[in-house]
Design a protein around this ligand. Structure first.
Ligand code: SF4
Ligand code: SF4
Length: 97
């Protein structure tokens, strides 16, 4: 979704979304069913495959679907590094105002 901001920073400048370990993922689709934000999509490629289609729809700092995954295939970026990045971007934006 364009035009959204988080902590005053455009959402597209924040790298927060689920990372899928395909060595663990068994395509059970529990995460797809769990998340209401259309982050995931199911592709039909000779069988069903989960993809992170809309990473910017993911709610910044949400990790909820990770708990829904029974095989622990979902991970997220480091929260404090992401917070530091957001603050840095905001500082640069303020300097350019
Ligand atoms: S972390 Fe939250 S918002 Fe992001 S994909 Fe998972 S459930 Fe959806
Ligand atoms: S819940 Fe886990 S195993 Fe199931 S589709 Fe999602 S990432 Fe894959």
């Amino acid at each position: 979704m364009s035009g959204e901001t988080f902590m005053g920073v455009p959402r597209e400048k924040i790298d927060w979304s689920p990372r899928i370990d395909y060595n663990k993922c068994n395509d059970c689709m529990e995460c797809v069913k769990f998340c209401p934000h259309k982050v995931y999509e199911v592709r039909e490629e000779g069988g069903q495959r989960l993809v992170v289609k809309n990473p910017e729809n993911c709610v910044v700092f949400c990790r909820a679907c990770g708990k829904a995954c029974g095989v622990d295939a979902i991970s997220f970026p480091n929260k404090s590094e992401t917070t530091a990045h957001i603050k840095q971007v905001r500082k640069e934006m303020e300097a350019n105002e």
